[in-house]
Design a protein around this ligand. Structure first.
Ligand SMILES: NC(=O)c1ccc[n+]([C@@H]2O[C@H](COP(=O)([O-])OP(=O)(O)OC[C@H]3O[C@@H](n4cnc5c(N)ncnc54)[C@H](OP(=O)(O)O)[C@@H]3O)[C@@H](O)[C@H]2O)c1
Length: 277
């Protein structure tokens, strides 16, 4: 049977990280496909601007901090009346620099948004999709830095490896409930996060192709239900094969660590808790 996208994943999608970058593109493209979209991030003003762009009648703004349990509870509660067929978790943060110098607030943010929120929200929305007895989908945004351990970005890399592993395992388990799970493995993408990284790293010294958020979202949407994971962009696919299949894990972690160390404009100094990167 050829089920349409909206029949399968409608009528509401929940998109985290929808205030900018890849999440905002997911929201735009899913809306274009006919889904209504709940827009999630911390900055309410930016979410309202996205809602205005996509049509306020077909969107819901939920400003909440997913690094906290309270924020996850708020999202669960404020979507409880919606028929949700698709959950996209794009919210994410990055902190670079020596592991030894990272402060506790930044460690908590990375673990909470990438590990705790991903796990709890996937659990909440998978259960809701199971209960509604129709099809559904989960899209988890990981990173090319999940494919090998990345020194100087160690916690980000390790937490994104968790996202990839969780997503791939769930893609098998949740088939029994007609829920498609796709883990997206983007390479460098021109967003606010990349601008932030560029403040610390001279990206010209790393062979990191930069793609667009639009390509990441469209590739993921096309791949949902057809594959378990996807690396958007031809150059990124080639890099992924090299890191993951052609090189030993030992060699790839040393090579990327060497490149990143050389690319630092200035090693970030130990920052006090709560400081912005
Ligand atoms: N850009 C890249 O090169 C790249 C490469 C690979 C993977 N990724 C992944 O792609 C995803 C999207 O990142 P992006 O590149 O689109 O960067 P971005 O433009 O900075 O978007 C990050 C989004 O996450 C939201 N967010 C961050 N912390 C949050 C929190 N505690 N609670 C709720 N929302 C939060 C941000 O909104 P607020 O600040 O308003 O909360 C924003 O909407 C991330 O998971 C990232 O790790 C990015």
């Amino acid at each position: 049977m050829n089920t349409s996208f909206t029949e399968k994943y409608g009528q509401w999608a929940v998109v985290t990280g929808a205030s900018s970058g890849i999440g905002k593109e997911f929201a735009r493209q899913l809306r274009k496909k006919g889904l209504k979209v709940a827009l999630i991030a911390r900055s309410e003003d930016q979410l309202r601007a996205v809602a205005e762009l996509l049509g306020e009648d077909n969107t819901r703004v939920i400003a909440t901090n997913l690094a906290t349990q309270e924020g996850i509870d708020t999202l669960e509660e404020k979507t409880s009346d919606l028929d949700i067929g698709l959950f996209v978790h794009s919210a994410g943060a990055v902190h670079l620099g020596p592991f030894i110098d990272i402060n506790e607030t930044d460690i908590d943010e990375l673990l909470n948004v990438h590990v705790t929120a991903t796990t709890n929200l996937a659990h909440i929305f998978a259960n809701r999709m199971k209960a509604r007895k129709k099809a559904g989908g989960l899209v988890l945004v990981s990173s090319g830095f999940a494919l090998t351990p990345v020194p100087w970005i160690a916690i980000y890399s390790a937490t994104k490896a968790y996202v990839l592993s969780l997503g791939e395992a769930l893609s098998v388990e949740l088939k029994d409930h007609n829920i498609d799970v796709l883990t997206v493995v983007p390479g460098g993408t021109k967003t606010n996060m990349a601008i932030d990284i560029e403040k610390h790293l001279d990206l010209k010294k790393i062979p990191l192709p930069m793609g667009s958020a639009a390509t990441v979202a469209s590739t993921a949407i096309k791949s949902l239900g057809k594959r378990d994971s996807v690396v958007p962009g031809v150059l990124n696919k080639m890099m992924a094969v090299m890191m993951d299949k052609l090189m030993s894990r030992n060699a790839s972690k040393k090579m990327i660590g060497w490149m990143i160390k050389k690319a630092f404009r200035k090693m970030p100094e130990k920052r006090s808790a709560g400081a912005q990167s």
